[in-house]
Design a binder for this molecule. Structure first.
Ligand code: FDA
Length: 398
């Protein structure tokens, strides 16, 4: 008998967040599961996530925290496996967590503890993980998937594709899921780097280079995205959570609009400055609420009026300045690309998938879960919650 003579109930391609979680869940339902990954280590993105502490979920997860061609697609899976469900799993494994901000939960132990949790879950139910395996061909016969791999032939009743998106090729990201989806007749929504720093070129790059390292809370807007978080100037352009968030909504050629008065109400801030320090110049007064180097940059680039004493400035002029500083338009040339992007926007068109089970509507038994699907979360634990929830939905279909 050859090794491939007994088909697995499910073969999972990709041993990342979604693939490993699926293996534990499907194995618990009695399925024989094999996970194949071409990397030498599983779930490397979990390891490097959240500064090594994995922002593994977000307490406020809703479908509205995701970008997708179909904004309703994620609802069903997210409702059936919630952040609370994952917390219960963490508790069972003796792991603890803390909320940093905005519902973002981080593991108190290192992110490796989450990988161990996922590996323990799958091994406890008999699922097998094989690393360093290249998948060279997938063929569907009547009711089986036949795979050619560097580890020999493999057969499966279900094929679960969890090879993720294109972000960070250095640690094993490939477009495998998209190629396989196309092979089975699926449409792909053009993938783009997302949750990624924005870059300047030419004069703008030189102009902002002196601000590298300056960070300040802002409201950043691009397209339909509007986020109140920190912004950081880098040697190449803009970063920080507010910028990573709007990068998913920004399109080349467009400007990002920055409100330098976090919390809005710039005019009120300026009026308060006039009241509290009437003898100060505009620059000196602004330095009490904005970083000094940023104020100097605004001044030197002619964006601040020459007001030696705030006492002499009319409220109408303060309002006009507030308007300008609340709608500061910066035009990035591009993004840092997949080299540093946390996720990939776009992916397998949800129109060809069941929102209940993640099963292909083109090919029964074929499932796509996790980041390869056209469901992209905001920064803040949403992408892992999608990995857990989509994997759970597929496993329950067993
Ligand atoms: P994932 O990328 O995790 O796994 C895919 C697996 O498939 C990998 O193991 C890969 O080796 C394998 N693979 C790829 N191509 C293959 C092929 N051809 N053959 C075989 N195997 C193949 N999200 C979040 O919610 N909170 C956070 O804190 C962070 N932090 C973060 C930091 C950084 C630096 C990055 C890059 C990303 C994050 N993310 C995040 C995003 C999160 O990591 C991501 O959305 C999930 O890992 C996606 O899970 P998947 O299982 O879909 O893909």
């Amino acid at each position: 008998m050859t090794r491939s003579s007994t088909p697995y109930d499910a073969v999972v391609l990709g041993g990342g967040a979604a693939g490993l979680f699926y293996a534990g869940q499907a194995g618990a339902l009695g399925l024989s599961v094999l996970v194949l990954d071409h990397s030498q280590k599983p779930a490397e993105k979990i390891r490097i996530s959240g500064g090594g502490r994995c922002n593994f979920t977000n307490l406020g997860t809703r479908a509205s925290n995701f970008l997708s061609g179909n904004p309703h697609f994620a609802k069903s899976a997210l409702a059936r496996y919630t952040p609370t469900d994952f917390l219960a799993l963490m508790e069972r494994h003796g792991l603890s967590w803390h909320e940093k901000t905005l519902g973002q939960l981080f593991c108190d132990q290192k992110s490796g503890a989450i990988i161990t949790l996922l590996l323990d879950e799958m091994r406890n139910v008999g699922a097998v993980l094989k690393l360093g395996v290249e998948i060279t061909q997938v063929v569907k016969t009547d009711d089986l998937f036949e795979l050619t791999t560097s580890d020999g032939p493999v057969r499966a009743r279900r094929l679960v594709v969890a090879t993720g998106g294109l972000s960070i090729p250095k640690i094993g990201a490939t477009g495998f899921a998209y190629d396989l989806a196309r092979q089975f007749g699926h449409e792909i929504i053009t993938p783009e780097p997302a949750l990624v720093p924005l870059t300047f070129e030419g004069e703008a790059k030189a102009e902002f280079a002196s601000l590298a390292g300056v960070s300040t809370p802002v409201i950043a807007s691009a397209g339909d995205g509007r986020f109140e978080e920190g912004m950081l100037f880098t040697h190449r352009g803009l970063s920080g959570p507010a910028i990573l968030q709007v990068s998913s909504y920004w399109r080349p050629g467009e400007a990002v609009e920055i409100d330098l008065f976090a919390g809005g109400q710039g005019a009120e801030h300026l009026k308060a400055l006039k009241k509290d320090m009437p003898m100060k110049s505009l620059g000196k007064a602004l330095e009490t609420i904005l970083p000094k180097r940023l104020v100097e940059h605004l001044d030197q680039s002619g964006q601040l009026p020459d007001w030696p004493r705030l006492a002499d400035v009319s409220h109408a002029d303060l309002e006009a300045l507030s308007d300008a500083l609340s709608h500061w338009r910066l035009k990035p040339a591009g993004t840092e690309g997949y080299r540093t992007a946390e996720v990939t926007l776009g992916g397998i068109d949800t129109a060809g998938l069941s929102s209940k089970t993640m099963e292909s509507q083109k090919c029964p038994g074929l499932y796509f879960i996790g980041e390869c699907v056209d469901v992209t979360g905001w920064l803040g634990g949403y992408n892992f919650q999608w990995a857990w929830a989509s994997a759970y939905a597929a496993a329950q279909a067993s």
